[in-house]
Structure formats: C-alpha cells, structure tokens
Design a protein around this ligand. Structure first.
Ligand SMILES: [Fe+2]
Length: 138
C-alpha cells in the first residue's frame, strides 16, 4: 500500500483539491509506514493525529467549496465524510486500547486507502466536473 502515489488519474481538475488530496495520501502513507516499521504506539498516535487533523481540514475546505457553489451533492458528501471521520475515530480508539495490531494495519492499508481512492475517483471527480463545467474551478 505504501506504493500508492498520486497520479493524474486521481485529479479532480481543481488545483486546491488536488493538492489537498496529495497531502492526504502522504499522511496515509506515513501512517502505513509507521505501522509497517513497527514504530512505537506514541509515534503512531501522533501520525494518526496528523492524519485526522488534516482530514478534518480537507473535508471542511471541500464542503465549503460545495456550499459556496450550490453543489447538489453536498449532503451526500457530508455523509460520506462523516463516515470516514467516524472510521478514523474508531481506529484511534483501537490503537489506544490494543496498540498497533496486524488487524489495525490491515484496516489502514486496505480500508482507508480504498475508501480514499474510490471517493476521489467517484464522488470528488464529479464535484470537479461540476465546478469546471460551471467555470467555477479555481
Ligand atoms: Fe476529497
């Protein structure tokens, strides 16, 4: 999973959002690498903390763009974002309680990454198309 790199197939056609997605993928890779290298729980908690903060920042920014531009799928996006954040919160709880188990590494490598890629390639690319068609992409 740490092989994942941002490429043009992940572009939504909006620079600000693309830059944030690149950062989000980097944060996810950091987390995956921490687990793979068997870093201490404290270090992993810190990396996960960065990931959670950045995710919050990114979702807020994206939802603001949608709200400002009367995007019809805003509610659906908000719901998807809330679910992802809830998953991250659960991962945080699991990490605090059980430490960095193999199962946790797997949910990070498989679930979080898959969710992110699927979300970007479907939901967010639709947003990009909408903004570009209306000439609203900055
Ligand atoms: Fe996004």
């Amino acid at each position: 999973m740490s092989e994942i790199e941002w490429d043009d197939s992940l572009s939504v056609g909006v620079d600000l959002i693309d830059e944030q997605h690149k950062m989000l993928i980097e944060k996810l890779k950091d987390l995956s690498n921490d687990l793979r290298k068997g870093h201490e729980q404290d270090k992993i908690l810190k990396t996960l903390g960065f990931m959670i903060d950045y995710t919050d920042f990114h979702f807020t920014a994206e939802e603001k763009v949608m709200a400002e531009n009367d995007y019809p799928e805003l509610e659906d996006q908000q719901q998807q974002h809330a679910e992802f954040k809830a998953t991250l919160d659960n991962i945080l709880l699991d990490l605090r309680e059980d430490g960095p188990t193999d199962e946790l590494a797997k949910s990070i490598n498989v679930f979080l990454l898959n969710w992110l890629i699927t979300h970007i390639k479907g939901t967010d690319q639709r947003l990009g198309t909408y903004l570009n068609e209306k000439g609203l992409a900055k």
